[in-house]
Design a protein around this ligand. Structure first.
Ligand SMILES: C[S@@+](CC[C@H](N)C(=O)[O-])C[C@H]1O[C@@H](n2cnc3c(N)ncnc32)[C@H](O)[C@@H]1O
Length: 238
């Protein structure tokens, strides 16, 4: 079958697992989708398999740096980044409608021009960017997919690391967190073995302590209670 257009081709690569929407949306969430999302949404023609899009084309003015957050949940981390760094631009992906609408409601009244979002698989965006165009990527508390047969659903894995290595600038940051021990081991092994990334930890204190000026995510505050310990894995594109 001939595919109709480039966007269709790109979205055919979608790989999402788990639910995208819970119960029906409240009127305030629906309003956020109808009124706020169109202001900051990824343009229709942006998703491509050509890997030739500049993040700068997303925004109305140039920025010092361009960052991606994949799986931003309800967006507290993304919101603080975007408000604290008006000279940097942020692009966030979150397919879960409740998460996206929480974020949209929060930023509705803010007059910021440094944010864009995609309510879909973040890898569709990552694949679209041209090489050496992104300054940093956050993947914070991704779903662990515990069963061995589900490991290929994990966001941090060889095929995706190839894409991150391609779009990150030399010296760009890949920042990963989790409180799931098996996933932490997996993330370290996959990323170190990949070869394109340098792990910045010198000792275990480095990965057990949040970096300076760290913004905790909702999951980190609510999900990491009890005995679970967060790990903060900081890598640089070599
Ligand atoms: C455990 S939650 C963590 C949310 C947030 N980062 C935090 O720390 O509070 C994982 C999030 O990743 C999102 N997610 C899963 N696969 C994704 C993908 N391929 N692209 C973008 N987001 C994804 C899920 O919808 C979910 O909101």
């Amino acid at each position: 079958m001939r595919l109709k257009n480039n966007k269709e081709t790109a979205t055919h690569q979608r790989s999402l697992f788990g639910r995208r929407q819970g119960r029906s949306l409240s009127s305030s969430r629906q309003k956020a989708l109808d009124e706020v999302l169109p202001r900051i949404n990824t343009p229709e023609n942006f998703l491509t398999l050509q890997s030739n899009k500049s993040p700068a084309d997303f925004f109305d003015r140039p920025f010092k740096e361009y960052w991606l957050e994949i799986g931003f949940g309800h967006g507290e981390h993304l919101q603080e980044l975007m408000l604290g760094n008006p000279d940097k631009a942020y692009i966030g992906a979150e397919p879960f409608v409740n998460g996206m609408t929480s974020f949209l409601k929060e930023i509705n009244d803010l007059n910021t021009d440094n944010i864009r979002v995609l309510m879909d698989d973040g890898m569709l965006l990552a694949r679209s960017f041209k090489p050496d165009s992104i300054d940093g990527i956050y993947i914070l508390n991704p779903d662990p997919w515990h069963k061995t047969r589900h490991h290929k659903r994990r966001l941090v894995r060889k095929e995706n690391l190839d894409i991150f290595a391609r779009i990150l600038k030399k010296g760009g940051d890949l920042i990963l967190t989790t409180d799931v021990e098996d996933l932490a081991d997996w993330m370290i092994t996959e990323t170190v073995n990949h070869g394109a990334f340098e792990w910045l930890a010198q000792s275990c204190t480095d990965w057990q302590t949040p970096p300076e000026n760290w913004i905790p995510t909702r999951y980190e505050v609510k999900g990491a209670k009890g005995a679970k310990k967060m790990v903060y894995l900081l890598f640089k594109r070599q």
